[in-house]
Design a protein around this ligand. Structure first.
Ligand code: F6P
Length: 469
């Protein structure tokens, strides 16, 4: 570890915020990293996480003004803790069980062991009274484990994905341990009020702690559970939209996709929670109805490869690719396909050019904690044109309520919404987009970071107010 052996600010997340580009480390793109970077740099903070590759340095290393502390995972831990318990038990369970969650005791034991390693690594770099910010579903036992080891520190936990209702969460064989683990934190943050309410109900159901309003009394401590909706670095997207090279590229995309056609765009990780297959079937329905044709409509579907060793992801990819083939086979003509399918990650400049080129943005997950793609699209419409079609089951729908809201399970309803979006008059597009743009400008990811870290800084006495003695 470099010079500084203990830090007043420690972030703990499954992944480190850096990735290899050739021989060099570079800071990973993404809202969470950019939100926490200024405060990490200012406070000479430490980020504890899995480097995700075999060639990370042995110990801590400096990058971009903060210290990275790698936590290594063995091959069996990647299978059991990451792909198993995190992504085959918790991930589907927390997303409305839209694929059946699978539970195995071996996976759970690995989850406990890896959470312990993260907790110990965090404690070893935290100074007396430090703030430790634990991120996401992979690490829900970490707050409780840190609390045991280091009663002096203040702990915040933030869940980036949805927190499920009691009926679903109760399936989890280790439900009490997870709730107790989270209660090790001083502040437990969720994307939505609904998530926080679900958590409070579970506290009452599975523990002996007393809950009132948004607070839980755990021994002599008060734990706060509330919503901190995450957002994007809006100004960054607005800057990219003004870049002449990106504007020119967006015109190229329009031309290449076919002038005069409405461009529909989907951008998602290739994940079964995103509803890509039902979205494609809705497009198929729309084209079959004759209300839209390949002469006036084209879909660009960008699908970012993700968790490719998990069975359900392999199956989803086949389903999606089969549907793309079917639709192109059924409706395509030489030189003109209704669906352009790009299975890759786009650099941010290219992504913004696609947002700028798209007339209709399709964000139709079956369940999503927030969905930042929806907010990014809105930020990239400086002339207030464009229509966002948004699933009711995303956290973003709470804020972007001027989108065309859809039930992502309803093929006919979505086909009708796609048609409505493609023919929406300009002045209505503009009224809706203006209102949504002001929302994403008012609350950025920096506000999220200030509120979340700020809640942790509240004096302990204040957080006890209102909790039954
Ligand atoms: O949305 C949850 C999340 O874990 C994000 O934090 C992350 O960027 C994304 O899913 C990808 O997940 P993974 O780390 O499994 O590739």
């Amino acid at each position: 570890m470099p010079e500084q052996t203990a830090s007043e600010l420690v972030v703990v997340a499954n992944r480190l915020p850096v990735q290899r580009n050739g021989g060099q480390w570079e800071t990973s793109p993404g809202g969470l990293v950019s939100a926490l970077l200024p405060i990490l740099q200012r406070e000479r903070g430490v980020w504890v996480g899995w480097p995700g590759s075999g060639d990370a340095p042995e110990g801590a290393f400096e990058h971009d003004g903060f210290t990275n502390v790698p936590v290594e995972l063995s091959a069996s831990e990647i299978d059991d803790y990451y792909e198993g318990f995190s992504n085959s038990s918790l991930w589907p369970l927390y997303h409305d069980a839209c694929q059946p969650p699978r539970f195995h005791r071996r996976w759970w034991h690995s989850y406990v062991a890896v959470n312990k390693r993260f907790a110990e690594a965090a404690c070893s770099v935290a100074s007396e009274g430090a703030r430790i910010l634990v991120q996401d579903y992979h690490l829900q036992l970490v707050p409780g484990m840190i609390r045991e080891l280091r009663p002096d520190v203040r702990i915040g936990f933030f869940l980036h994905i949805p927190f499920p209702p009691t009926e679903l969460f109760s399936q989890l064989p280790w439900r009490r341990q997870i709730v107790e683990g989270l209660l090790g934190a001083d502040v437990v943050g969720f994307q939505t009020r609904r998530g926080a309410q679900n958590f409070m109900r579970l506290v009452t159901r599975f523990t002996d702690h007393r809950a009132q309003g948004s607070r839980v009394k755990v021994g002599t401590r008060a734990v706060q559970a509330r919503a901190f909706p995450i957002s994007i670095d809006t100004a960054r997207f607005e800057r990219l939209c003004a870049d002449p090279a990106i504007i020119a590229r967006s015109r190229d995309i329009r031309r290449e996709a076919g002038e005069g056609r409405s461009i529909f765009l989907g951008v998602d990780r290739l994940d079964y929670t995103k509803g890509i297959d039902i979205r494609l079937r809705s497009l198929q329905e729309l084209l079959s109805s004759g209300k839209r044709t390949i002469h006036d409509t084209v879909l660009i579907q960008v699908s970012v490869p993700s968790r490719e060793f998990v069975t359900e992801y392999v199956e989803l990819r086949s389903r999606v690719e089969e549907l793309v083939g079917q639709i192109n086979g059924q409706f395509g003509e030489v030189g003109s396909a209704p669906v352009h399918y790009l299975r890759r990650n786009l650099p941010i400049e290219e992504l913004v050019a696609h947002y700028m080129a798209a007339d209709v943005m399709l964000v139709t997950p079956l369940r999503d904690g927030m969905n930042l793609v929806a907010k990014e699209y809105v930020a990239c419409r400086p002339d207030n044109t464009g229509v966002l079609v948004l699933s009711e089951f995303t956290g973003a729908a709470n804020e972007l309520d001027r989108a065309v809201l859809v039930n992502p399970h309803d093929i006919d309803g979505m086909a009708a919404a796609f048609a409505e979006a493609a023919s929406m008059p300009r002045d209505e597009q503009s009224r809706r987009m203006r209102s949504m743009r002001s929302r994403v400008r008012r609350r950025t990811v920096y506000d999220w970071a200030d509120e979340f870290v700020g809640a942790l800084d509240e004096p302990r006495q204040k957080t006890l107010t209102g909790v039954l003695a």
